[in-house]
Design a protein around this ligand. Structure first.
Ligand SMILES: NC(=O)c1ccc[n+]([C@@H]2O[C@H](COP(=O)([O-])OP(=O)(O)OC[C@H]3O[C@@H](n4cnc5c(N)ncnc54)[C@H](OP(=O)(O)O)[C@@H]3O)[C@@H](O)[C@H]2O)c1
Length: 377
């Protein structure tokens, strides 16, 4: 049962919003909204995705929240999703975007037991690249305010937290190698490994990123454009590294396997260097893998966040706590250094995805979704 009728839901006004837009006639929730839709399967985001301007604003069901998105997160896998690699049985058109943060503007009766209009919530659910998204209350996370920093934890933070906790077997003094260390999820792998008192080596592609990695406690940042990673690892870590948080694939994966210590473990978090290719893969020296693992009693294990959702809520709670105590930096990149400037508005998501694939983002790439002041009923 809905707490609100369809008409009632449209008439609910978030009070903070109402204060800002008192000149509006009628409801603060428009009938129509903009959203991004995958209209053709392709890893080329701008070929695959269309900005639709006249979509109905969805209505929340009994257990749902209608969230007005204020910030949405860009993920490397947005282009895997637009290529249909997540669920090959799904055919376009379909919604896209993994995560958002915003305010509740309407909700169903069951959802109202825990949430209210105006409340700030963050969520990981499909379809966030939209002005409004319906989110099951059961998977939303209440947050103190609509700050993009909280958004960084939803996919990127929890991926690092759960994978390292479940598979990393971290303990004091272990050597951890993090690839794409200055990015959305890499920044958390670095910091959580430091919290576990490990020695952390992180790869990145620029001096700016190197400085950022130092600032979050990375012991040995390596700018792979200035120093060959394999050589640094051989010279400075002749015994090898105990844990690898590997996101890049291809040649980086190969050299990380070679750098494993006895009984070392490599977690396959991703292989971004292949995502833009038609197969989504980047070649690795697969033939040599069994012998390399056997010789070191080493382990290779995949990690996919969707398979660990039972651990999600506890991970979010702990990450929020660490951030609130000032023990976890949540670096956000809103695009102020990107060509064309800050990412503001749904149409700038195309530019933000391109920016990520130039490898320039520092921290979590985030797009702001300002509220459309012209959306009168
Ligand atoms: N398994 C899971 O459940 C899960 C969840 C979230 C993310 N991930 C994975 O984590 C990795 C990072 O994702 P993210 O969303 O956090 O992105 P991100 O790290 O914020 O951005 C991507 C970074 O990857 C690096 N990179 C290396 N080679 C690249 C290439 N050929 N093209 C583009 N970038 C390249 C770049 O940094 P530098 O070159 O400077 O290092 C770039 O800034 C991806 O592999 C993603 O699939 C996996």
């Amino acid at each position: 049962m809905l707490r609100l009728t369809a008409a009632g839901a449209r008439a609910i006004v978030d009070m903070s919003y109402a204060r800002h837009f008192l000149d509006f006639q009628g409801s603060a929730i428009p009938r129509a909204m903009q959203k991004l839709v995958v209209t053709r399967l392709s890893p080329n985001f701008s070929e695959a995705v269309t900005l639709r301007r006249d979509c109905p604003v969805p209505l929340p069901g009994d257990g749902d929240l209608l969230v007005r998105n204020r910030f949405v997160g860009i993920n490397a896998s947005d282009i895997n999703y637009s290529a249909g690699r997540y669920d090959p049985s799904v055919k376009p058109p379909f919604d896209i975007g993994f995560e958002g943060i915003g305010e509740v503007v309407a909700l169903g009766l069951s959802a109202s037991a825990k949430y209210s209009v105006g409340q700030a919530v963050a969520y990981m659910a499909p379809g966030s690249f939209a002005e409004y998204t319906v989110v099951p209350a059961s998977i939303a996370t209440p947050v103190p305010s609509v700050k993009p920093e909280y958004l960084t934890l939803l996919v990127s933070g929890t991926t690092a937290y759960i994978s390292l906790k479940e598979l990393g077997e971290l303990s004091e003094g272990k050597k951890v190698l993090v690839t794409a260390a200055a990015g959305g999820t890499g920044q958390f792998a670095v910091q959580l490994s430091k919290i576990a008192k490990c020695h952390v080596i992180g790869t990145c592609s620029s001096e700016e990123k190197l400085a950022f990695l130092k600032s979050i406690g990375c012991d040995r940042p390596i700018n792979y454009k200035a120093e060959p990673v394999a050589t640094v690892l051989k010279q400075e870590y002749p015994e090898g590294v105990d844990v690898v948080y590997e996101s890049v694939g291809g040649a980086m994966f190969d050299l990380a396997v070679d750098a494993l210590a006895l009984k070392g473990r490599l977690m396959v978090i991703g292989f971004i260097s292949g995502y833009q290719s038609p197969t989504g893969l980047s070649p690795v020296k697969a033939g040599a893998l069994p012998v390399k693992l056997l010789r070191k009693s080493a382990r290779l294990q995949g990690f996919f966040l969707n398979h660990y959702l039972s651990k999600y809520q506890a991970a979010m709670e702990h990450l929020l706590e660490l951030h609130s105590r000032g023990e976890l930096v949540c670096e956000v990149d809103l695009g102020h250094l990107a060509p064309g400037g800050r990412f503001i508005g749904l149409d700038s998501i195309f530019r933000a995805v391109d920016y990520m694939y130039t490898g320039k983002n520092i921290g979590k790439l985030v797009v702001e979704i300002p509220h459309s002041v012209s959306s009168k009923l």
